[in-house]
Design a protein. Sequence first.
Length: 226
Amino acid sequence: MPTTGVLALALTGAVLGAFVPWLAGRWAGVPRLDPARAGAGRPGAGRRGAARGRAAVAWAAMAAVVFAGLGAAPGVGPALPAFLAVAAVGLLLAAVDLACLRLPDPLVGLAALGAAAGLVAAAADGRPGRLLASLTGAGLSFLGYALLALLPGSRLGFGDVKLAAVLGLPLGWLGWPALLAGLVLPHVLHGLVVLGLLAARRIRRDTLLPLGPALLAGAWLATLAA
């Protein structure tokens, strides 16, 4: 994609990302702030507003990087709309999972719908084999993560299993190396984060941490590498 196109995607991602904290708050069950009761002199109102502003900037920057990376990834090609749809919903899923350790089924289903629609459109110009590979990738991802979730002592939730299956669609389109990387990288990333937080004494060994952000980050990195 030309540089101007990548920059346009980065700007689009930044605009969408700025709304992620607000949308995540709705899905995570954070009560809506009543403007009539939120006076400027209310204790803590200024700090909360500043925190929301920083969160919006952080998510906007992250979304810009994610969208630009997908636009520059050479292996995506005509399936770019599918990857962007998954990324847009994925950012919201990551924020919700970080907030309340939950991956809502409607959002996972929306990501699956966006991926399927984009991949079917991309396969319409003579790539039926790629579409079959996508479906195979989703099936293998679901099976692999379902088996992990059923292991004794596993902390893997079935929300993670369903998200892994959705991510298997675009990764399967890219081929087996990308699919394998997308299955392995999340556990590497999650393990590094856990080790870092343990070393910093921010968590304990029995603290539950979300896997959804690692799943999405691993799939993004696998896409770039493909």
